[in-house]
Design a protein around this ligand. Structure first.
Ligand SMILES: Cc1cc2nc3c(=O)[nH]c(=O)nc-3n(C[C@H](O)[C@H](O)[C@H](O)COP(=O)(O)O)c2cc1C
Length: 240
């Protein structure tokens, strides 16, 4: 990455990294936050509100089914389901992807740890090729129990698949500078939401992890000698 393009974004990234020590501090804050009662504040305007009709279509139904699940059964995910989930990030044709991206730079790449999938790729870490909807093998995947502390989630049971969204920052910051840092984070959210909807459609459970241990996950994906950024994780599996 060009050092001059987004120095402050890089600094922000370093300062917000998680590891064994910094995650302990974060957990303390989370426990304190959980103790406080909160309602989500709304902005109030003293005008007469216009009540809107809620859609009753298929998309509205799928959206209503999306929720976070932290308990997984040991039933594996099929290869067909895996294809349906990865389709959240696919390329539609030679010029168009399903997801938008600032300047068409597509800084987000998708990796996954396959812990419990009925496939010859089970127990592999894979990389998703959006152009032809295929998976490449990166390396072998350790058992969930050996590496779960790096994923920052308290789960019951094992996830069948753990998606990891990785940003290649130079693609976006070389064009947009510091503002590109914003776009990278925003685009990660698009990927997570798209996967959340496909999970709901497949009746598969899942939960986002915002607490991945950056350097350990980078090593796991064999990206330790690169500028890649570990942005977000998504644990998925059949409902218990
Ligand atoms: C950016 C982001 C990070 C999150 N990180 C975590 C996490 O680290 N651990 C966790 O248990 N849930 C995490 N979640 C899930 C939220 O806790 C969950 O979405 C929220 O409680 C609302 O519940 P729902 O998804 O069932 O509607 C995260 C969600 C988002 C959007």
């Amino acid at each position: 990455m060009d050092e001059n393009k987004a120095d402050l974004f890089r600094l922000f990234w370093e300062n917000s990294k998680l590891n064994k020590q910094t995650s302990l501090k974060l957990i303390k804050n989370l426990i304190e936050d959980a103790r406080t009662f909160k309602t989500i504040p709304q902005i109030f305007y003293p005008s007469e509100d216009l009540f809107l009709k809620k859609p009753k279509d298929r998309l509205a139904y799928i959206m209503s089914q999306r929720k976070s699940t932290r308990e997984f059964s040991s039933v594996p995910i099929s290869e067909k389901q895996l294809g349906s989930l990865f389709y959240a990030f696919a390329q539609q044709n030679s010029t168009k992807r399903l997801l938008p991206s600032a300047g068409g730079k597509y800084p987000i790449e998708v990796f996954a740890c396959l812990f419990n999938v009925k496939s010859k790729l089970n127990k592999k870490i894979v990389y998703y090729n959006a152009d032809n909807h295929s998976l490449s093998i990166v390396t072998n995947c350790p058992e969930w129990n050996e590496i779960k502390e790096f994923f920052g989630l308290e789960l019951e049971g094992e996830p069948a698949v753990f998606f990891i969204f990785v940003a290649i920052p130079e693609r976006t910051v070389n064009k947009y500078g510091e503002r590109g840092g914003r776009f990278i984070l925003i685009e990660t959210g698009l990927y997570a939401q798209s996967l959340g909807l496909r999970l709901a459609n497949e009746n598969i459970g899942g939960v986002i992890s915002g607490a991945l241990h950056d350097d350990e996950i980078k090593k796991l994906l064999k990206l330790q000698n690169t500028d890649a950024l570990i942005t977000l994780g998504f644990a998925c599996g059949n409902f218990k």
